[in-house]
Design a protein around this ligand. Structure first.
Ligand SMILES: NC(=O)c1ccc[n+]([C@@H]2O[C@H](COP(=O)([O-])OP(=O)(O)OC[C@H]3O[C@@H](n4cnc5c(N)ncnc54)[C@H](OP(=O)(O)O)[C@@H]3O)[C@@H](O)[C@H]2O)c1
Length: 322
């Protein structure tokens, strides 16, 4: 790649990061900050087996162990820093500081959760922050090898939504040139709330019960309706924040999973995978922030409150954070 190409750093390159690293490496010069997969990726790059893009795909980025190492390699500033690590609050703005050039670098969060952006705006008030509802069913197993299937879609917007969306447009064009499915929205938080219907219900329920979605639905006659109730609580909280999701859309989301009981195509949400691996979960980004927003607006959400309480206790026993 020449100096005319955008310079992009991916921070936290696991399942989602590797898929977008593979795509963006076609149109930009890329650096990957890796941790547990550093040695294997440094030696062999990533191999991607994707039902959408093809099998045996390969990408060998510039791999580093830290942002400081990346910053020291070359004085040209990074145009984009893309975060594809799990969301653990209060940690990453400090870690990425050395690769964010004030007034230049665009920070893009390709992560789940709600209310995850503010800490970047506080740490980097002169840098555009982009945020994306990320649909990408992918897993890294073994390190450096990615299985990707079914869906690849980014719904992108500026944070806050009132900020100009010039950077969101440019980032989206870059992704589209790379072959990704990306769309810009004036208020992407609406898309984040919609995605949260799934994440705030299935993720902690499956993690707490050590069950796939299908196993949970089969566990008792009340289980399936419990999931719908949690989704409806999330809908009420979204409404309190100004996002009105039609009840029919909530039910459609829920029914999509209920149909899997018949097909037996079970899903293991990432929070369950994290707990199985003994890793810290995204409990605060996905459940904690949701509950806090409900409390601030006086929205009752007894089921989510209980889920949060139990999930926090489980999460405390997990190691392997940032
Ligand atoms: N996977 C999916 O299908 C999917 C779909 C949609 C959205 N998402 C969301 O996308 C985000 C990323 O998820 P993921 O599944 O890609 O996570 P992942 O596979 O766990 O990858 C995260 C990567 O970040 C690395 N990391 C964390 N802290 C680091 C640090 N201080 N320095 C260097 N590397 C660090 C981890 O390294 P270690 O291995 O050393 O911990 C890991 O390689 C999450 O918000 C998730 O909820 C995931």
């Amino acid at each position: 790649m020449t100096a005319d190409h955008p310079k992009v750093l991916f921070f936290g390159v696991g399942s989602v990061g590797a898929v977008y690293l593979y795509l963006i490496s076609k149109v930009a010069s890329t650096t990957a900050v890796c941790r547990s997969n550093y040695d294997v990726v440094k030696e062999k790059g990533f191999t991607i087996n994707s039902t959408i893009f093809g099998n045996g795909l390969h990408v060998a980025p510039n791999v580093v162990r830290s942002c400081e190492e990346a910053a020291a390699q070359d004085s040209r500033p990074f145009d984009y820093v893309i975060l594809t690590c799990k969301v653990l609050p209060g940690i990453y703005p400090k870690i990425i500081k050395s690769v964010v050039t004030p007034g230049h670098t665009v920070i893009a969060l390709l992560q789940n959760g709600i209310g995850i952006e503010e800490e970047y705006l506080e740490a980097f008030p002169n840098n555009p922050t982009l945020t994306a509802a990320t649909y990408c069913a992918t897993v890294q197993r073994p390190p450096g090898v990615i299985a990707h299937q079914e869906v690849e879609r980014l719904e992108i917007g500026s944070y806050p939504s009132s900020a100009p969306n010039t950077h969101a447009q440019a980032f989206t064009s870059l992704l589209q040139q790379a072959g990704a499915t990306a769309t810009v929205f004036d208020d992407v938080q609406a898309k984040r709330w919609y995605k949260l219907l799934l994440n705030a219900s299935w993720n902690p329920i499956c993690a707490l019960t050590q069950s796939s979605d299908v196993q949970f639905m089969q566990s008792s006659e009340d289980a399936t309706n419990f999931v719908l109730d949690v989704m409806l609580e999330t809908r009420e909280i979204a409404l309190s924040q100004g996002y009105d999701i039609a009840r029919a859309e909530v039910e459609a989301q829920w029914e999509r999973a209920t149909r899997r009981v018949a097909t037996g195509k079970a899903v293991e949400p990432s929070m369950l995978q994290d707990v199985k691996a003994g890793r810290k979960t995204e409990v605060e980004a996905i459940v904690g922030n949701t509950v806090r927003m409900a409390r601030a607006k006086g929205v009752p959400c007894g089921k989510l409150e209980t889920i949060y309480l139990l999930m926090k206790s489980l999460d405390r026993r997990m190691g392997g954070g940032a």
